[in-house]
Design a protein around this ligand. Sequence first.
Ligand SMILES: Cc1cc2nc3c(=O)[nH]c(=O)nc-3n(C[C@H](O)[C@H](O)[C@H](O)COP(=O)(O)O)c2cc1C
Length: 208
Amino acid sequence: MKSFNKYEQQILKQIISARRDVRGNHFIQKEIPKEILEELLSSANNAPSVGFSQPWRFVIIQSKEIRGEIYTEFEKQNTKAKKIFSSNEQYCKLKLEGIKEASLNIAVLYQKPKKEILGQTIQKKMGEYSVVCAIQNFWLTARAYDIGVGWVSILNPKKVKKILDISKEYKLVGYLCVGYVDEFLSAPELETIGWEEKKSLEKVVRWV
Ligand SMILES: Cc1cc2nc3c(=O)[nH]c(=O)nc-3n(C[C@H](O)[C@H](O)[C@H](O)COP(=O)(O)O)c2cc1C
């Protein structure tokens, strides 16, 4: 059995707490070497999945033209979101994506199963949750390589799928902006500006 020593345990803890969501005001112009991108994807591909279904698929988007289309879709959805948050002037000041500034974008898809999946007979969303596990593996490994990841959810999945010419067999789970950064903020930006408070363990854990 492989055991990890205290030092290694601390490293993992540090990577987890140093991970941040990175937006376009922090991405820099520096290409990600292919072998490093493959390391991150390989980590994602080692995530746990319901019934070992490994239902994640990754579309690597380099094309500036496609990213331009995605950005237009973001702007459209964010204009609607600004109305929803109109009572809070902070919202408009927030940079909430890095679609154009990041080295590349990745659409993370869930491939709908063609057969019954062990463990997914009653809880049909388990496959999609497995894809989220893959995204988290990717995100943490990226941080270990000083690469930032920003998850953009202010997008209509149907529109994104259309732009990327993705068939009905797939569902969009995550849209990521990925690239080297000038800095990783020391705390979540939404905590720093007072949008949300960090929840204590006592608040999120219940013992019965
Ligand atoms: C599912 C998911 C969707 C998110 N969508 C967005 C988004 O659309 N735009 C954005 O700026 N941040 C987005 N975030 C980032 C969160 O705001 C961020 O994770 C949170 O504020 C904590 O900050 P940290 O990740 O830097 O620790 C998303 C995060 C998750 C997990």
